[in-house]
Design a protein around this ligand. Structure first.
Ligand SMILES: [Zn+2]
Length: 98
């Protein structure tokens, strides 16, 4: 599986570290809503299809990336820096061919 880092380009998945589910939203740190904290810590989606994930390019630029990966085919449709720098699937395919 190749992941196209917006900074480094296409790289093998071995250079990346999975950082977790990209759908979670952390409750307010001052919140004492235990149900919200319990859901944040323990609840995970397990979709058959596109899934938002957080990966770190730990063997490269060390950037944290927001990746949309199909859990059935492992096809990656979107890679973006956690803060901006989105790369579309069309651009990624064009870069993979070069
Ligand atoms: Zn990188």
């Amino acid at each position: 599986m190749l992941i196209t880092c917006p900074y480094c380009g296409p790289r093998d998945v071995i250079e990346f570290t999975y950082q977790g589910d990209g759908n979670r939203e952390r409750p307010d740190p001052a919140s004492q809503n235990f149900e919200a904290w319990n859901a944040y810590v323990y609840d995970r989606l397990n979709p058959a299809g596109d899934h938002n994930e957080i990966w770190q390019h730990s063997g490269g630029c060390r950037a944290h990336l927001r990746v949309v990966r199909n859990t059935l085919t492992h096809e990656i449709s979107s890679v973006a820096f956690m803060r901006g720098g989105h790369i579309s699937a069309a651009r990624r395919k064009a870069e993979d061919k070069s």
